[in-house]
Write a protein that binds this ligand. Structure first.
Ligand code: NI
Length: 268
């Protein structure tokens, strides 16, 4: 059983200030090339196997996810469960250390996911706030760390952010194509000025950090290489809300993956 490595990096007060003001931060290096190579092999294996599909943990984020269709934006929830090489990483140790700098001492890890954008036909991840997916009875002090396992560019789907959008309430969202069989959510038209988008291209093993309410987007993959991203969540538990938010779009959700997760919960 291997243990977690010690963190090797920290960020400056200016970077912390930038994050608090703009709601995002990009850094060029969060792990080593050696670790990244190991992770990339394991990552490609679990996507090739569609690990977790039976229990609703692997599905198409941007499509209706029938078994006989080719996914344009496959996602695996909790990929650490399916690949040893994604556990106890320097990436995670550094991501936690920086998240503590950004959010506070009590910060802990809160789940992970992986999004694979296939070469030449990977779909966009539409503009959204992560909290639009989350339990409406919660309050959140949280962020996500997004690491590409190869270069991330405008052509293959690097992260883009709307600076300052983390200060907004949760905006109105809808399912992609207004189809509740599609998992992915998109912010409604006119809810934000998307012309203010800032793109964050990264070298392999760089990372972005964003608050759970920062609006973000990645473009379609028009390049000849797949775009792999491994995302870790961090946060500090907050008291529940007295009155849950009305995130009405969640009530419509009717994906195959959600049905499978419900069934496998009942069977355990
Ligand atoms: Ni997101």
């Amino acid at each position: 059983m291997s243990t977690s490595p010690r963190p090797t990096i920290s960020i400056s007060d200016d970077q912390i200030q930038f994050f608090r003001e703009n709601g995002y931060l990009a850094i060029d290096e969060i792990t080593t090339a050696e670790e990244l190579d190991r992770m990339r092999i394991a990552y490609d294996e679990i996507f090739a196997q569609q690990a977790g599909r039976e229990e609703g943990m692997e599905f198409d984020l941007a499509g209706t996810d029938e078994d006989d269709t080719i996914a344009s934006l496959p996602q695996i929830l909790n990929p650490k469960k399916y690949a040893d090489a994604l556990n106890n990483t320097l990436y995670e140790a550094n991501a936690l250390a920086i998240s503590i700098q950004l959010l506070g001492e009590d910060t802990t890890q809160r789940g992970c996911h992986a999004i694979f954008k296939p070469a030449r036909f990977g779909a966009p991840t539409p503009w959204h706030q992560d909290e639009a997916y989350w339990d409406p009875s919660g309050n959140y002090l949280s962020l996500s760390v997004w690491m590409p396992l190869q270069e991330a560019t405008l052509d293959n789907g690097c992260m883009q952010f709307i600076p300052g959008s983390h200060k907004k309430e949760i905006l109105n969202h809808h399912h992609i194509n207004n189809n509740p069989k599609i998992h992915g959510l998109e912010v409604d038209d006119g809810q934000a000025d998307l012309s203010k988008a800032v793109a964050c291209p990264l070298p392999p093993g760089g990372a972005t950090f964003h608050y759970s309410r920062t609006l973000h987007y990645t473009s379609p993959n028009t390049s000849d290489i797949p775009r792999r991203a491994f995302i870790l969540g961090f946060g500090i538990p907050q008291p529940l809300r007295e009155h849950p938010r009305d995130l009405y779009w969640q009530k419509e959700t009717n994906t195959y993956a959600a049905q499978k997760r419900e069934t496998s919960k009942k069977n355990t």
